[in-house]
Every structure is written in structure tokens, then in C-alpha cells.
Design a protein around this ligand. Sequence first.
Ligand code: NDP
Ligand code: 13P
Length: 331
Amino acid sequence: ALACANASTILWARNESLATQLQEQRLNSRYLPGVSLPDTLQATSLLNQAMAHVCGPEGGLIILGVPVAGLDETCRQVAHYLAHCSGPLPSVVWTCKGFEHDSGRLPHEIAQAAFSQGPVPGLGVLSGPSFAREVAQGLPVALTVASTTAAVWHAAVQALHGTAARIYSTTDVVGVEVGGALKNIIAIACGISDGLGLGTNARAALITRGLAEMQRLGVALGGQAETFSGLTGLGDLVLTATGDLSRNRQVGLAIGQGQTLAAILADGKTAEGVRCARAALALGQRHQIDLPITEAICQVLFSDMPPRDAVAHLLARQAKPENEPPSGAFN
Ligand SMILES: NC(=O)C1=CN([C@@H]2O[C@H](COP(=O)(O)OP(=O)(O)OC[C@H]3O[C@@H](n4cnc5c(N)ncnc54)[C@H](OP(=O)(O)O)[C@@H]3O)[C@@H](O)[C@H]2O)C=CC1
Ligand SMILES: O=C(CO)COP(=O)(O)O
């Protein structure tokens, strides 16, 4: 999308044969089959070459499009080259949505630690409802860039805004990241519900109570409540919970139709909700935040609870007020 908008763009892929295919055939047969990439896009498997592109006198924007599991390693590699930048430091934003599996760290915590040893660039997260395939087709999209550094908003707006994309900005990094992480788990729940044939009422209930769950945890971790009704909360939740392009929703649909998790994940596709559900639940327990849907998803994914039992368990919970006290504590 950037290259189509005439921004000078270089795409780094660590896999040499993929980079060669991107550069020579203008195709990405593994991740975006059927999409023809613009001639203006350059591709390389050499990170030093990609970094030279954004380390010149004009600076630039680095978008890290890797899963949470690869963010630490990728930031550290980028940090190594930033130390040799001759121009102004480029801004760095990431697209990943999740918590680190073992530590429960949010992406900005991973990035801050990774860049702490050398020159620290402006850091931020680019998020919102944005299936890659639709973005690549040039269809309209609205995104939010979250950063405490205004230069990062400006870099993202300058590069992305006004083509097919509308870019909003916020300082609420935590709210944006928690929304992105939890919506994947709720999308798995909605997929399971639809796979079981439980109907659209059930899906609407899961989306709404899932949003309450996202907001409770997000506020407890320091996010702002209103962020969860924005693009990176409700917007991305609706997209992922209802849109069949979602890999998290696809995982849920397949579970609801009786497939095992191992069989579903055998194709190697990224489903961040599966990877971070346990970390989300652990964070909820640490902060005494009730996350019933996330807990049910963990039971189904990792403890062999039949999905229909999980549904029965959720329905059998004690009646309670719809709106909870702001503390979000157990009641
Ligand atoms: N796809 C989408 O529609 C959207 C995805 N996101 C989020 O963005 C993040 C990335 O998603 P997506 O691109 O779909 O993920 P994929 O897993 O489909 O692709 C990830 C890319 O990252 C590379 N990668 C993985 N680990 C590393 C690493 N350690 N170092 C360097 N490269 C690495 C992969 O390379 P290799 O092939 O060599 O493994 C691959 O090119 C996720 O957190 C996702 O939730 C956000 C918005 C939309
Ligand atoms: O985050 C996404 C769209 O905003 C992509 O969702 P999936 O990772 O479920 O495909």
C-alpha cells in the first residue's frame, strides 16, 4: 500500500527465497497469494540494505510486521543498525497484537527493553481493523497509531494517511495494545460459537461481553476506557469476530466444527489469540480481573474442555449487573 502511494518503500523478509520472489516476480505466494505487488516496491533479505533506506538524511518510518514472538529479536536487530545511522533516527512502529507468551509483556515493553542499549528511536504501535489482504488490494482502511512521541504520529500520518488509509493518533499505547491482544481471543470464541451453530444472538453477546473483558483488563493495566470503543478496540473486535479472513476466527470455527487444535495449527498460520490466551489469563489473575471468556477459551484450547461445556459454563455464571464498578474487581 505504501509503495502504491508512491512512498519510497523497501520490504525486508528474513527468508531469502521469499525476498527474491517479492523482488523478481512481484508476488508473495506464501502470505498473500493472488496479489500483484507494485513495481515500485523493493524487497531484500539483507537487513543492512533495508536499514540504509531509512538511515539517510531524510529519516523515515520502520513498520515491524512480525508476530509478538518475533518482536524482541527483530527490534534488537534493528537497534544494531540504528547505532550506525547517519541521519535522524527513523520512527519505529509495530503491528503485532498479543502478549509475550511467557512473560505477559505487551509489545511496547518488549520494544522499549530491546532499544534501551543504544540510540532510542520514537516508538509506537500501528493497530486497528485491517486485514492484510484488503490493505494490499488498496481498499479503504482506518488505523490508529499510538505513541507518546508526536514525531511517530507525524511519520505514520505522512507515510500512510490520505491514500486509501485514514490514520488517527493517540497516546494510549497500553489501551491500543490490550485491545489488539484480547480481540483475537474473543474472535476465537465467536468462531467457536458460530462453528457450533449457536446463532447471531450468541455472537453479539460474546462480542459485547468480550469488549467488557477487554476494557476491564486494559484499564487495570493503565489503558484509557474510551480507547476500547475506538478502532483498536470495538473496531478490530467486530472485524475479527465476524470477518472470515480472520485466522483467529478460523481457528474457532474449526474447533466448533470438531477439529483438534493440533490439526488446525498444522498449516503454520499465525493465530495470536492461541499464543497469548494463557498470558492474558495470568495477567487477569495477577490484577484480579475477571476474564470469563478468556478463561473458557483457555479451557477449550489447552485443557480439552468440550466447547459445548464451555458454553454451558459461561451461561451458568451467576447473574450480575451489566455495568461493573470502575475497579473491575471480582464481584
Ligand atoms: N495479517 C493481518 O491481517 C494483520 C496482522 N496483524 C498482526 O501483525 C503481526 C504479524 O502478522 P502477520 O504478518 O499476519 O504474521 P505472519 O505470521 O503471517 O507473517 C509474519 C512475518 O513475520 C516474519 N517473522 C516471524 N518471526 C520473525 C522474526 N523473529 N524475525 C523476522 N521475521 C519474522 C515471518 O517470516 P518467515 O516467513 O521467515 O517466518 C513473516 O514474514 C501479528 O501480531 C498480527 O496479529 C495486524 C493487522 C493485520
Ligand atoms: O488483526 C487482524 C485484523 O485487524 C488480523 O486478524 P487475524 O490475525 O485473526 O487474521
